[in-house]
Design a protein. Sequence first.
Length: 244
Amino acid sequence: MITYAIGDIHGHLDLLRAAHARIASDRAAHGTLDAPVIHLGDLVDRGPDCRGVIQHLMDGMAAGEPWEVIKGNHDRMFTGFLDDIHHHDEGLRSDLSWLHPRLGGSATLASYGVKNAADRPIAPVHAEANAAVPHAHRAFLKHRPTWLQRGEVVFVHAGIRPGVPMDRQRETDLVWIRAGFLDDARNHGFLVVHGHTALDHATHYGNRINIDSSAAYGGPLTAIVLDGKKAFTLTDQGRVPLTP
C-alpha cells in the first residue's frame, strides 16, 4: 500500500509545487500513479500565498488528482475568525489571537487583498475578510477530515491522544496536541504520520513520524512516501530511507 504525504505548507505555493513535482517523479519511477497524496494541514498563515495554496489544492482535487487534505489548527483558526470576530480557538493560548504576529493570520488575509490586518481595528478587518475570502475556500477548509488511515498508518495534523480510539478522538487534540503525544513512546497499534511541531527535518521516532520541516520559518517542505510502514523522504535525487 503506497501513500505519499506532505507536511505543513503555510502559504508556500512554490514549495508545494516542488513537492508535487518530486512525487510525480517518484510515481513515474515506481509505477505508483494512483497512490494518494495526503497533505497534513496548515495550508495557511505565515507564508506569502495562502490563497494560492488553497486554490491549487482545490483545482487539483476537482481535476481528479488523488489528493487528500487534512485540517490543521491554522486552517481552523482562519475559518473560526471568519465566522466570528470574537472567536478564540480552544487550543490557542489565551494571550494570543489569530492575528498576532506569532500566528501569521495577517499574511493569510494579505493574500486575499486585506492588508495590514494586524495593525488595524479588528471590525473593518473582519468585514473586509468576509467580503474577500471566497465561500468555496471557507467551505473547503471547514470540511476537511481531521485524520485518515491507510493500512497500518494514521495521518493527522498534530497527533493523537494516546490510548483513545480514533473514532473517539477530540478534534482539538488532533489539530493541536503536543504534550502527552510527543513524549509518549508506546506502540499505538499503527504508525502516526503528523506535522504541527516544526523540526529541522523529518524525523522517525518509531511509533510516529513528524514531517513538519519548518516551511513556515524558511525551511523546506517535506514529501515522503510510505510503502506499508516503510518510509522514505523524497528528494530531487530520489528516495532516501527514513528510519528510527
